[in-house]
Design a protein. Structure first.
Length: 230
C-alpha cells in the first residue's frame, strides 16, 4: 500500500491510516492552523496527531468554561465594589434643623409621654386642692375654676398646632423612607433579573460546550468500535 507523510509530524504512514483535512470539523481545523499555519483541507495527518488535537480541543473547552466562570465571578465582585449604593440612612441629618422644628419635636415627644400625663394631672389636683381646701376664705380661682379652664384652653390651643408641626415633619420622614424602600425593591428586582439572564446564558453556553465534547467522544467511541470489529 502506498505510504504518505503526515503533514504534522512528517512520519510516513499507509494511506489508509491518514486522515484527510476534508473530514475534520471546523473547530479542530482552527486549532490545527494555530500550530501549523500551512494546514489546509488538502492536508493529511496521522491518527495519533488527530487524537492529540482532539484532546487539546476538549482541554481548551474545559479551560474556556473555567475561564468563563472566573470572569463572571470577577465581574460580579467588580460590580459590587464599584456600584454606588442608591439607598441612604434616613436617620442621618444632612440639613440643619431649625429651632422651631426642634421645639416642636420636643413638645410633641413630651406631650405624648406618661411623664407629661402624670405631671399634668398632679398639677390639676394641686390646683383644685389649693382652691378648695387651703384657700376657702380667699381662693384665687374659686369653683368652678374658671382660670384653670382658661389656662387649659390656651394650652390645648397652643399644643395642637405644635403637635401638628411635628407630625408634618414625621410625615416627610415617612415619605423619604417609603421612597428609599421603593429604590431598594427596584434595585433588587433589577439585580435578580440580571442574575437570571446571566445564569441562563451560562447554562446555554455550558450545554453547547457539553454537546461539542459529546460529539468528540462519540467519534472516539465509533473509532474504537470499528477497530474492535476489524
Amino acid at each position: 500500500m502506498k505510504e504518505m507523510k503526515c503533514d504534522i509530524c512528517g512520519k510516513p504512514f499507509p494511506e489508509d491510516r491518514l486522515i484527510s483535512g476534508h473530514g475534520i470539523r471546523h473547530e479542530l481545523e482552527e486549532l490545527i492552523k494555530g500550530g501549523y499555519p500551512k494546514w489546509s483541507d488538502e492536508g493529511r495527518m496521522c491518527k495519533d496527531d488527530f487524537n492529540t488535537f482532539r484532546m487539546k480541543y476538549i482541554v481548551n473547552i474545559i479551560a474556556e468554561e473555567k475561564g468563563s466562570i472566573e470572569v463572571l465571578e470577577e465581574a460580579v465582585i467588580k460590580s459590587i465594589k464599584e456600584n454606588d449604593i442608591i439607598t441612604f440612612d434616613t436617620n442621618i441629618k444632612k440639613e440643619p434643623v431649625k429651632v422651631g422644628d426642634r421645639i416642636a419635636d420636643k413638645v410633641a415627644s413630651f406631650g405624648g409621654s406618661w411623664k407629661f400625663i402624670i405631671l399634668f394631672f398632679s398639677m390639676l389636683l394641686v390646683w383644685i386642692a389649693i382652691n378648695s381646701l387651703y384657700l376657702l376664705l380667699r381662693p384665687f380661682d374659686p369653683f368652678p375654676f374658671i382660670l384653670l379652664n382658661l389656662i387649659l384652653s390656651c394650652l390645648a390651643a397652643i399644643q395642637a398646632p405644635i403637635i401638628m408641626m411635628s407630625q408634618n415633619r414625621q410625615e416627610i420622614k415617612d415619605r423619604i423612607r417609603s421612597e428609599n424602600d421603593y429604590k431598594i425593591n427596584l434595585k433588587s428586582e433589577i439585580e435578580i433579573r440580571t442574575l437570571h439572564e446571566k445564569v441562563d446564558h451560562l447554562l446555554l453556553d455550558q450545554w453547547s460546550k457539553m454537546m461539542r465534547i459529546q460529539e468528540i467522544q462519540i467519534e472516539i467511541l465509533e473509532e474504537i468500535r470499528n477497530k474492535i470489529e476489524k
